[in-house]
Design a protein around this ligand. Structure first.
Ligand code: KG4
Ligand code: ZN
Length: 344
């Protein structure tokens, strides 16, 4: 079974072909980061228009790389939500129209399920069950994943997402958008211990997170320092921020492993690309004898491959494909709703 995957929930257009036997055949991606950088954040209308421009060329590229024709596609998976309504509608309308033309079914996919399952694209994938730490620009959750569609939220952020905290703090330090990767690069030049930032909810006794106070702490540091910010201050503050957020993410992940008795941790979403987070988790995994899995770096941030994979696994696990032609998207869509009801 050959599944075409289409991702367009935010500022990346991703198209991929996933074969149930052979695995990922190809994927093509266009990031709009440079286009939005001038505005300091994603401009939804520009995002939608760019998805329209990119979808057909990327589809051609993915087909050519896989050596396949459109007619070889058996089902079309696309991100139905959550995300920007206009951006989602581009992928949805394209997928549904193509499916009508080809007389194939569609599989609407939850974006976070794509992230959750993305480590299964790697050459050394985890087996179910596992604990997943989902850390993206819009979400921060710890989950118990028992199988495809079987997700239990163990804890989540009560305010900002981890990626959002990275991006907002980076902005306060004068770094370009999206700041997560820039901030973590800068942190590598920082001196440890110059600034101490709070570890919010570290001892809350549950598996929830809160990051908005951490961002405010960065704001206070920046105000105390005064403009213009020098490079050494920015690097030291970036490191202090990163150390605080990484410590909270790691300690809560360890607690989730302990609470569930599971021995495998999967880290998914854009913040999963963070080197300090990876190094600290790898270190803990060696000491505490659990295994930690990451998606390949290229599949940490948004991409079509994870959507094609999630669609294919959904079909294989018995979720019925949908008849093409319905154009609904779900910009707000709690993962739990989808896990409970399926993607019918
Ligand atoms: O998963 P993703 O592509 O988008 C969402 O679905 O939200 O994640 C994007 C987020 C952004 O907030 C970005 O700043 C962050 O991931 N990010 C990082 C790094 N690379 C991307 N955060 C920290 N360190 C990184 N190396
Ligand atoms: Zn994402």
């Amino acid at each position: 079974m050959l599944v075409l995957g289409i991702e367009s929930s935010c500022d990346e257009t991703g198209i991929a072909l996933y074969d149930s036997q052979a695995g990922l055949l190809s994927h093509a991606l266009h990031s709009q980061v440079a286009m939005h950088a001038d505005y300091g954040g994603v401009v939804p209308e520009l995002a939608s228009r760019d998805h329209i421009r990119r979808t057909v060329p990327l589809l051609r590229e993915a087909l050519a790389r896989a050596g396949r024709q459109l007619n070889d596609v058996d089902a079309i998976a696309y991100t139905r939500g959550p995300g920007l309504a206009g951006a989602l509608l581009v992928g949805c309308a394209f997928a549904e129209a193509l499916a009508v033309a080809l007389a194939r079914p569609t599989i609407p996919v939850h974006h976070l399920e794509g992230h959750l399952l993305s480590p299964l694209l790697s050459s050394d994938p985890p087996a179910f069950p596992f604990v997943a730490l989902l850390v993206s620009g819009g979400h921060t959750q710890l989950m118990r994943v028992t199988g495809v569609g079987e997700y239990e939220v163990l804890g989540e952020t009560v305010d900002d997402a981890a990626g959002e905290a990275f991006d907002k703090s980076a902005k306060l330090l004068g770094l370009p958008y999206p700041g997560g990767a820039f901030l973590s690069q800068l942190a590598e030049q920082g001196a440890p211990g110059v600034y101490q930032l709070p570890r919010p909810m570290l001892h809350s006794g549950d598996l929830n997170f809160s990051f908005s106070g951490l961002k405010t702490a960065v704001l206070t540091l920046v105000r105390e320092q005064g403009e213009p910010l020098d490079e050494a201050f920015k690097a030291d503050a970036a490191l202090a921020f990163q150390e605080a957020i990484v410590e909270v993410l790691v300690k809560k992940s360890l607690k989730a492993l302990k609470q569930t008795g599971l021995k495998q941790l999967v880290v998914a979403g854009g913040v999963g690309a963070n080197r300090q987070l990876r190094a600290t988790l790898d270190d803990e995994a060696r000491r505490k004898r659990f295994r930690v899995f990451y998606p390949e770096l290229e599949f940490c941030t948004d991409n079509g491959a994870m959507i094609a994979l999630a669609g294919c696994l959904r079909l294989q696990s018995g979720t019925p494909a949908k008849q093409a032609g319905d154009f609904a998207v779900q910009p707000r869509w709690p993962l739990m709703d989808m896990a409970a009801s399926g993607t019918k």
